[in-house]
Ligand binder design. Structure first.
Ligand SMILES: C[S@@+](CC[C@H](N)C(=O)[O-])C[C@H]1O[C@@H](n2cnc3c(N)ncnc32)[C@H](O)[C@@H]1O
Length: 219
């Protein structure tokens, strides 16, 4: 995933503030499992904003990503703040932390960067590594996303563009059935399609501050 690896050398592409949804999800986990610290996996952690948050919240933070530069950035961020986490450069299809069981896991804006077979494998890995009652929160792009269908369709609903900052990165777009198929082994706690309607937009995709239509899922 060379594209993301290079993006993490450019400040413009490094998200700094954590998503409020991730903070709130950790609070949900804390209610379910009252004994801190919890073990929580940030799958496809990128430059580390949520792994840092987990550590700041006093939990055992685990972060994995295919981008070595993302993991290096995360480690520096932790070190600069006297925080700790277990990090690994790993593809989403790998079990990055074998033998570790998690109270929760999340993957924000990342799992759709693959073909559906590999996304299924990544979700299966999380399933196998959660405690009973553990939860997984995911955000995934929707087939209704305004950025949909850029590039060449390499399988149903998976596209690869040859242009721009995401050249070469696959995007799998999910409809409701696609989400239900992905999580067919799981109990769905929350399935939400957050819709954005772009009336006018004259700003480059890479610096657009607004979201596209996405699925937010807790299973
Ligand atoms: C939009 S970024 C999101 C990063 C992070 N979750 C966040 O919210 O800041 C997408 C991330 O997915 C990672 N990624 C893409 N394909 C991957 C793969 N096959 N295995 C693991 N990580 C991957 C990229 O390296 C990048 O860090």
């Amino acid at each position: 995933m060379a594209a993301w690896n290079e993006l993490f050398l450019n400040e413009k592409f490094i998200a700094v503030l954590p998503q409020p949804e991730v903070f709130k999800f950790v609070k949900v986990l804390e209610r379910i499992f009252p004994d801190k610290p919890l073990s929580i996996w940030d799958l496809c952690c990128g430059a580390g904003r949520h792994t840092v948050l987990l550590s700041q919240m006093g939990h055992k933070a685990y972060g994995s990503d295919i981008s070595e530069n993302g993991i290096i950035h995360t480690q520096k961020w932790l070190d600069n703040n006297g925080l700790r986490a277990t990090l690994k450069v790993a593809d989403m299809t790998e079990q990055a932390f074998p033998g570790t069981t998690f109270h929760g896991a999340f993957s924000w804006d990342a799992l759709h960067h693959n073909t559906i077979g590999k996304i299924n494998k990544a979700v299966e890995n999380v399933y196998e590594s959660l405690y009973d009652g553990g939860m997984f929160m995911v955000s995934l792009i929707s087939t209704k996303s305004g950025s949909s269908f850029h590039g060449k369709e390499i399988e149903k609903n998976t596209y690869v563009t040859e242009e721009g900052s995401e050249a070469g990165v696959p995007h799998h777009y999910f409809d409701e059935q696609g989400i239900r198929d992905l999580f067919k082994k799981w109990k769905i706690i929350s399935l939400v399609e957050i819709e954005s309607t772009y009336i006018e937009t004259n700003i480059d995709f890479s610096i657009n501050p607004f979201p596209y239509t996405k699925w937010n899922v807790i299973v």
